[in-house]
Design a protein around this ligand. Structure first.
Ligand SMILES: Cc1ncc(COP(=O)(O)O)c(C=O)c1O
Length: 392
């Protein structure tokens, strides 16, 4: 069936390289375009739609939430945001939560909180934030300064100051993490946009020890890898370490915009009323929906499904690599995989799309698989078949 080319409006700012078809409907892990063509979705709206499409429970949660208040302002108390914060605290290392509206905003908030904390114990000279080579933390000025993508950064300089990018080497980090000047180290336990790079457990554990010894805050950006995607509720559970601060977003409110910064009491105790804020953050509608979604994502049955099917997926990808010379490497965990391919990844994505599979890239020669967490083995197999055909 021919792919519909929806009329392209000139009214939208053309910052995205959009695929030509217009998506109109979804069910489970399948999306449909305006022409009725089906796509197996291995993107989940870039790690957002963990529950897939057309989820009846999510629809009902949104309906129930819409019966209540939609927004009032953070000048007043509302129950859903309080309940969601309490649930996140129960489920994590954290004592306090700040809500915002996106991943980049969560990281910007985290940077402010760690600077506030570092200044309170070490004076104004302790303000630097260190991020890692290959990182992606967002597109706003501070999160962009912590993002290792020259093409995203160059046109917008000057970026926020006091933010450095370090190689993923312990020796270099040991030299750079000066407790007189550094407030925090931020890392993604699994770098997403940077190629689905699972950091070594030893490396992450050594960085935890080093930051603790030096009194430097450790921030985990789990915006893409967190909330069930690896098979544990938080990705850092796979590494046996706990951060001081963690940022979440993407799947948190089931596709409604929401971000969160989770932190220990020590960091939180330095933050004063008036230090930070946002109009929409943690509003009653979005928080009520997130409370429902969090319940689903924290369900041990879902997490064990992600673990089991993720292991199977990993085995199939390794087998594929052995028989297909176009695949150079496959790495990942749970429902988050990167596949290095010899062809330009964008070409494979385009071929896959025309045969009915949605994929994203993570670099010029890396395909990224981020299927909904509810995907079945049969659906995974169907997508993998289409992927293999698209590889040629
Ligand atoms: C690890 C990570 N951090 C931050 C962000 C930025 O999130 P947002 O696009 O919601 O601003 C992303 C988005 O892809 C991400 O993957």
């Amino acid at each position: 069936m021919a792919t519909v080319t929806a009329p392209v409006t000139d009214a939208l700012l053309p910052v995205y390289k959009r695929a030509p078809m217009e998506l109109v409907r979804g069910q489970g892990v399948i999306l449909f375009d305006a022409d009725g063509k089906e796509y197996v979705d291995f993107t989940s709206g870039i790690a957002v739609n963990a529950l897939g499409y057309g989820d009846e429970g999510l629809r009902r949660a949104i309906e129930r939430a819409a019966d209540g208040l939609i927004h009032v302002s953070n000048l007043f108390r509302t129950a859903p945001g309080e309940a969601l914060a309490e649930r996140l605290v129960e489920l994590s290392f954290a004592d306090r939560v700040f809500f915002c509206n996106s991943g980049a905003e969560a990281n910007e908030g985290a940077f402010k909180f760690v600077r506030r904390w570092a200044r309170s114990i070490g004076g104004p000279a302790r303000n630097e934030i260190v991020a890692l080579r290959g990182s992606f933390h967002g597109r706003l000025f501070a999160s962009l300064a912590a993002t290792d993508r020259p093409g995203y950064r160059a046109p917008f300089r000057p970026l926020a100051g006091g933010i450095a990018i370090a190689e993923r080497h312990l020796d270099e980090l040991a030299a750079l993490l000066n407790p007189e000047s550094v407030a925090a180290l931020i890392l993604e336990p699994i770098q997403g946009e940077g190629g689905v790079r699972v950091l070594d457990t030893d490396f992450v554990q050594a960085l935890r020890r080093m930051t603790k010894e030096r009194g430097i805050a450790l921030i985990f950006d789990e915006i893409q890898c967190g909330l069930g995607r690896t098979g544990t509720l938080f990705a850092h559970e796979q590494f046996g370490v706990r951060p001081d601060v963690m940022t979440l977003a993407k799947p948190l409110a089931g596709g409604l915009p929401m971000g969160a910064v989770l932190m220990t009491e020590e960091i939180a105790s330095a933050v004063q009323p008036g230090d930070h804020g946002t109009t929409f953050g943690g509003g009653p509608l979005v928080a009520a929906v997130a409370l429902y979604v969090l319940g689903r994502l924290a369900d041990p049955a879902l997490l064990s499904h992600v673990t089991t099917e993720g292991r199977w997926l990993g085995e199939v990808l390794q087998a594929l690599k052995t028989r297909n010379p176009k695949i150079r490497a496959a790495r990942g965990m749970g429902m988050m995989w990167g596949i290095d391919v010899s062809d330009p990844a964008a070409d494979v994505v385009a071929r896959a799309r025309s045969s009915g599979l949605l994929l994203v890239t993570a670099g010029e020669h890396t395909l990224r698989l981020l299927p909904p967490l509810i995907i079945t083995r049969e659906e995974l197999a169907r997508g993998l078949e289409l992927m293999e055909a698209a590889l040629g």
